[in-house]
Structure formats: C-alpha cells, structure tokens
Design a protein around this ligand. Sequence first.
Ligand code: UGB
Length: 614
Amino acid sequence: NGNIALLEYKDIKLIKELLELDQQHVFQSWPPPGEADDDKRRLLEQVRFLDANYSGGLAAYIGSAKRLLEESRTGKNTFEGCVPSVPEGERLDFGGPAFREYERAGAEEAGSAAFVLVAGGLGERLGYSGIKLALPADLARGACFLQLYVESILALQARAAPDAQLPLAIMTSGDTHARTEALLAEHANFGMAPGQITLLKQEKVACLADGDAHLALEKGDAYAVQTKPHGHGDVHALLHASGLLKQWLARGTRWVCFFQDTNALVFRALPAALGVSARHGYDMNSLAVPRKAKEAIGGIAALRRPDGSSLTINVEYNLLDPLLRANGYPDGDVNDETGQSPFPGNINQLVLKVESYAEALGRTGGVIAEFVNPKYADASKTVFKSATRLECMMQDFPYELPATARVGFTTVNQVWAAYSPVKNSPADARAKVAAGNPSHSATAGELDIYQANCRTLQQLGASIAEPTPREFNGLHLDLWPRVSWSPLFAITFDDVEAKVNAARLRIAADSALVITGAGVRLEALDLDGALVVAASPGAHVTVDGLVLKNAGWKWQALNPGKPMTEEQAIRGFLVCKRETLRLDFDKAGRYTFPESSEPATSNGSAAAKELATA
Ligand code: UGB
C-alpha cells in the first residue's frame, strides 16, 4: 500500500531495495496514492542522498550496522585476546639535536607533502559561536587559525621547487562549510593560489532506531530520516571519493599530513614528524604527546592479535588500563621513570605515506573501521534511549593497513611545544585542570604560542625575560613576553637561527614583539615595550641596533561586569595597547632600521613618524 501516484522507475527500485533491507516500516503509515505525494518524494530524495553518500550505499551501511549493533548487544570486546606493548617511535626534545636533524629532513620532505585539515566540528564545547578556524590564535598578532595554517604550508612551499604548490584539503561539514568558504574568499585564500585549496564537505549519516538497524524517522515528520554526524573518520572516504588522493599520488606526492582545527603549534613539530616518517619509512606516523598514566586521552599501543598479527592503534584510555591489567601489567597503565605513561597520547595529527594510504582506501572504498555507541534504555539492550548511528575516527585508519605495514609515533617531550588545542569553555577548562588534565582552553592555546616562541629564542641564546604567573578565567598560567611571528618569517629552528642574531636579542618582561613577513631579520634588538615589524613580499628589513622602551601592551584580566567579545571571554583577558612602535615596510627593497648603524634609542611614536617619512 501507499505508493506515490506516479512512481518513476528509480523510485520503485529504491523502495524495492529498502524492502529488501527490512525497512518496510518507512512506508507503513503512508496514505493511499495521491495523498502526501510530495512528502513521499521528499523522503525518497533524502534516502537516495544517504545512499549516494556512503561507499557501498545504504545496503553496506545497514549491513555494517546490523553486525556492529549485535556485537554491542553481546558486549564484544574489540581487543579480546590482544597483547599490548609499547609501539616503536621517536621521543624528541623540542629543539634538541635529534629534533633539529629530523626537522631539517622533514622540511625537505614537505616539498612532496599534501595537507589535510579536519574542520567539520563546531565550537559549541568552547563557547564560541563562529567557526573555530576564524578564531584568532593569539591576540598579539591577531591572525586566525586558518591564516596560520595556510602560512605554515606556504612557508614550507617556499623552500620546495619554484613552481611547487603544496595542496591543502579542508574537511568541512554542514555547520562549517559556508563560513569556511566565506573566510577564504574574504582573505583571498590567505595567499594560496586559486585551486590550491579544496573543501570536502562531510554529510551526516542515517540514524538507527533499534538493534535491527531500522532507519529512525524524525519525531513529528514521518517523511524524514533522522541523521547525525559520522565522525572525523569521514575524511578518508572523502579523499578517496573526490579522487583527490589519486591526483596527489599521480603528481608525485609522497606524504599526507592531517591536523586539527585549533592547534597553533602543530607546525612546530610536523616537519620533525615528517622527517621521522621518511627515515623509518612509516606508513602511518602519529604525532603524539607524552601522556600521564590514566589521563583521559587515547594511548597508542602495539597489539599482538590472537592470530599472531600485529596492529599499532589508538586505544581509548578506559580500555587501555584493563587491557594492560589482563596482560601481565598488574597495575595497568602506570607512569614509568620519566613520570609519563610509556603509551603516548593520540592527538590526531597524522603523517600517512600516500602509496600505502591510497592502496588501502582503494581496497576499502574509503570506509574505515566504524563503531556504534547506542545508549540502551534498559539491561535487555533491545531499546535505545535515542536513535544511534555508525561513527568513525580518523585515527582508526591502521585497521585497514596490511599486517606488514609500519606504524609508529613521534612525540615531542615538551607538551607546550607541539600541542595546545583550543577546545574547552572556561568552566570545562577549570574542571579539566582540577582533574589533573591540561585545560585545552583558549587561554592556554594563546599563552603556549608565546611560551614556544620565547623558549625557542632562549634555546638559540637570546636573553628573554622569564614568565610572570597570572590568573585568567580561574586558570593559573605563565605569561611569557608576547612574541608572535608569522610562519612566513620562520617555521623551523634553522629559520629562526638564520633570521635572528640571538646573541644580540634581549626582550624584557611584559614586552610584545610581532613579526610578519619573510623578509625580516633581527640583528640587534633590545626591547622593553611593544614592537611590530611588518614586511610585505619583496621587502627586506634588518632591525639593527634598536633599543626600544615604550609603554607597550598589557594583558588585562577581564572585569566580569564590563562588556566583552566572545574572543576575549573564552580567554579571560583583553589586550590594552598603550604604545607601539610599528615598522611597516610595504614596498619591495632593502631597509635597515634604525637607518644609522649606530645604536639608536627611540620612543614609539617618534620612530613611527620617522618611518612614515622614510
Ligand atoms: N571533526 C570533524 O572534522 N568532523 C567531525 O565529524 C568531528 C570532528 P574534536 P574529539 O585531540 O584531544 C579527538 O571534537 O573527537 C574535527 C580524538 O578522537 O575536537 O573529541 C574537528 O573540527 C581523540 O582521540 O575532538 O577527539 C576537530 O578539528 C583525541 O585525540 C577534530 O576533528 C582528541 O581529538 C577533532 O574533533 C584530542
């Protein structure tokens, strides 16, 4: 019963397929032909869309759902019989000799890399209404995350072949697509060439109403299937289905680097991880973080499976501890002599070898290991509290690699140097810290940029004032001098060393230094205040012998009674720019500042004027 008045062949075919998939409930309450035909067509249109957007179509989706729901009902443990051990990898000290050697090798490898940014998530957990890519990474420079990422890739590109264009793919979702597109359009792709960036939009998948994988219809609309996000693992299917991965392979790309939407520090460590991948020939390399035992972050573990094969994979922390206890580690996941768990923490920053990646996706159609997480209404495990769906995570890719594949990790021992994502609202951040975890807040995300830059300069021999302890949004953090530079100025330690004469650089407490542009060099600078040096392409400026003291910029804790922007509220501070020396070189040419080779003392406004006339 219940057909549409004038059914087309494609509709009949689709209805037949759904009936074969045991989905007759979808049509059960349909009125006779001629009634609600538009609604019926709307439903069929949506089903057709869901079918087309999943590799293997709805038949494959429902097939996997039936299997996974049954495994969930019977309580199957994926890691049953697996014996865990610490995987192979490199643990590097930020800026140490091994780090710099790998970074050098990786910066060269980057010339044959492609980059993938997963940015389908919204900032609800953060308390930010915009897309996270538009959020300023720090308030000193004010560049947003997307600009920072694009500039990092352009900085790596600048050292590759003259005509090289390193591709960037951005995974968006219905929540973020239009705003990501608009952000790129507004800023002319932040300097990337037309066509260099590809947006891949992820779609939601069908929800399931019960353990038999019946499609869940919307409450209050019998002509619409409920849908929910499928997870960041979609990125693999999209790279496959779009043909992008094949194109990259054909043009000689050797590595694909994945990263998340709000980690400003990722490119501090990614070149070194690329170097590690190249040296060890890793098919997959996880750029990971040191992790305290039992910390609420997945641990990367090597597993020997009951059939003797091995698999190196992220094991969620709640599964890692019992797995270890069941396998000869009576205390489970515990810290070793370094004070950290020997199992590094997964942060979804991955380097994959294109050859084996493309081969695996060709075989699987891009669908990687899925899971289902129904919330059962009672112990019978037959009824759900609300509709569920299949999900997938990008870090589960190794399930699709052959047993001979090499999977390893790269950690940077100093957590502040490589990973400080902006994920949690101030209240959630405080709770994380109370539980002994990093806050992953907008406050720490910004302050860690200054810390990483100051410590880099210190390691190279510069005299940088020690940080001041401060409290923002109830978080106790160290505030270093606010040093922020564009990746176009420097991305590797070697770059910083080449652009800064560290022996003649002194930065006093509470100072701010912002550098944009590739052509800036600091030969001799004594800074006690705020200085901005900006050089447009083709402009080469050497700051040589500048002694600057001005009132500078203050990072002020927010007064809860006063109006504030969302960007300020999630950080807990605002920046009061009292006095600045701004050196802007917007025409090609070679400049030295101050012009005299004698050390010059200037106060901000006079020097700015001096420059304007120059
Ligand atoms: N993302 C998408 O692009 N699409 C999606 O459907 C979902 C997310 P979250 P999550 O680094 O601490 C991950 O939400 O999923 C993007 C790892 O699984 O910030 O809670 C989104 O835009 C976990 O093992 O993280 O946890 C963002 O860029 C651990 O590594 C990225 O995916 C954790 O990150 C991550 O999304 C972590």
